[in-house]
Design a protein. Structure first.
Length: 179
C-alpha cells in the first residue's frame, strides 16, 4: 500500500518513506554454514504514523487519517520518528530483536535527538512466508515511543537473531517464545 500524503492546514506530510520496499538481508557464513540471502517484502501500517482514537475523544476531523479498514488520528511525533523506520528495518540483522510473546517481534531504537532525553522507540513487526516462492513478507505493525500509556504491554526482553526469524519463517519452522 502506498500511503497518500497527509494534509493539515497549509502543510503536507509526505509518507513515501513508508511505501512498500523489498530488502535483501544477508546472513554471513559462519560455523561451516554458508551465507544466506533473504528477499523480504516490507510494508508499513498506518499505526506507524497515527494513533488510536481514545474512548471519549472527539478528534478534529482534519487530523483524521483513513484507510479502507479504519480511521485514526495523525500523530505528528510518530510521523517524525517514522522517517527513521526504513533505516532501522534495513538494519534488523545487526540489531537486537525480541519476541513479543504474541506472535510478533519488536526492536527498540534509543532516540534522543529532539530533547536530549532517552526515548525508547519500539517497532513491532510480523514476518510470514510469502505467496511468492522464496520470499518473506514483513509487516511493520506499529512504531511508537514507550510512554506511561504503553507500560502495561511491555513484553519480556529476550533477544532472537533476526536471521533466525527469517530462516524459520522461510522454512516453515516454529519460532519458540523464549522462557
Amino acid at each position: 500500500m502506498n500511503w497518500r500524503p497527509f494534509r493539515y492546514g497549509l502543510e503536507e506530510y509526505d509518507l513515501c518513506h513508508l511505501h512498500p520496499a523489498t530488502i535483501t538481508y544477508t546472513q554471513e557464513a559462519r560455523g561451516g554454514k554458508p551465507a544466506r540471502c533473504y528477499a523480504v517484502d516490507v510494508v508499513y501500517s498506518m499505526h506507524c504514523f497515527t494513533r488510536g482514537i481514545k474512548a471519549d475523544e472527539r478528534p478534529n476531523p482534519d487530523l483524521c487519517y483513513r484507510d479502507s479498514r479504519e480511521t485514526r488520528v495523525f500523530d505528528f511525533r510518530r510521523y517524525e520518528l517514522s522517517r527513521q523506520l526504513p533505516g532501522i528495518i534495513r538494519d534488523l540483522c545487526t540489531r537486537k530483536v525480541y519476541h513479543s510473546g504474541r506472535g510478533n517481534f519488536f526492536t527498540i531504537e534509543i532516540i534522543d535527538k529532539r530533547t536530549g532525553a532517552r526515548l525508547e522507540y519500539e517497532i513491532y513487526f510480523v514476518a510470514s512466508r510469502s505467496s511468492r516462492k522464496g520470499r518473506i513478507d514483513l509487516v511493520v505493525q506499529s512504531a511508537y515511543v514507550r510512554d506511561p500509556e504503553h507500560l502495561a504491554n511491555r513484553p519480556k526482553l529476550k533477544p532472537i537473531a533476526f536471521p533466525v526469524i527469517l530462516f524459520n519463517v522461510l522454512n516453515n519452522k516454529e519460532i519458540r517464545v523464549p522462557k
